[in-house]
Design a protein around this ligand. Structure first.
Ligand SMILES: Nc1nc2c(c(=O)[nH]1)N[C@H]1C(S)=C(S)[C@@H](COP(=O)(O)O)O[C@H]1N2
Ligand SMILES: [Mo]
Length: 235
């Protein structure tokens, strides 16, 4: 499959899974991934994990492909723009040898990487920006991730929005904690002070307004994932 065929195939899959999942939700609101649909979701995760190639880089786009700033939609679940609480710091923990508490200044001192790829939202829009920040693999190295960790959970101060990822996608070289968008510090619309950004996932996996990153032995869920959206959501 070519990249674009695969993307179209996956996008259709995501939409189908979302619809099926929401149907399932109506029957069993406490356990959206229970029963047959839960089984299908697990089969889907296995398939996606098996076909995910952690060494394959998504093509980086040239600067001229960047969408004008007002053409990059901002999306969040809170009615008002969430503002970082006083004394904000990012907690990195779970199955790690050295739990970390990182201020924005700490994150700025770490090696910075840029990624510029197309952003895909399941609501039907896409846009391009460049994102600068610290590779999640760098944080994993600093914290000393335990070999028993297989998943990573991301929490935020945006009405509790959260998501969880497979470890391989989280450690992909184009998965970063972004501090800047299009060369300027991240604004409050796009997740300041720090958000997750990645070339290998759909928009809803990239948690903005981060508070905590936890390495875990088991898979958890997420704000949209618990409402029936596909959990793996690879691009
Ligand atoms: N905290 C938080 N992160 C979030 C969301 C959200 O509502 N809250 N929305 C997700 C969705 S659906 C998308 S498409 C992207 C949008 O990022 P943007 O607002 O920078 O365009 O953020 C993702 N991360
Ligand atoms: Mo989205």
């Amino acid at each position: 499959m070519t990249g674009s065929t695969r993307r179209r195939f996956l996008a259709t899959g995501v939409r189908a899974t979302a619809l099926l999942g929401l149907g399932g939700l109506a029957c069993d609101s406490d356990r959206p991934h229970a029963g047959f649909l839960g089984l299908m979701e697990r089969v889907n995760e296995r398939f996606q994990r098996a076909t995910f190639d952690p060494s394959r880089l998504a093509p980086e786009l040239p600067p001229e492909d960047e969408s004008p700033p007002d053409a990059f939609p901002a999306y969040r679940i809170s009615k008002r723009i969430p503002l970082a609480p006083a004394g904000w710091a990012l907690a990195v923990g779970g199955l790690v040898a050295r739990p970390l508490t990182l201020s924005l200044a700490d994150l700025r001192r770490l090696p910075q990487t840029r990624t510029r790829v197309r952003h895909h939202c399941v609501e039907g829009w896409s846009a391009v920006a460049s994102w600068d920040g610290v590779r999640l693999s760098e944080l994993a190295r600093l914290a000393g991730v335990d070999p028993r960790a297989r998943y990573v959970e991301f929490r935020s101060f945006d009405s509790g929005y959260w998501s969880s990822w497979d470890l391989a996608s989280a450690l992909h070289p184009q998965t970063i904690l972004a501090l800047a968008m299009n060369g300027t510090p991240l604004g409050p619309e796009h997740g300041a002070p720090v958000r997750l950004y990645s070339a290998v996932k759909l928009g809803y996996k990239m948690v903005k307004y981060l508070t905590a990153v936890s390495f875990l032995p088991v898979r958890t869920g997420g704000y949209w994932e618990d409402q029936g959206y596909e959990w793996f959501a690879g691009v």
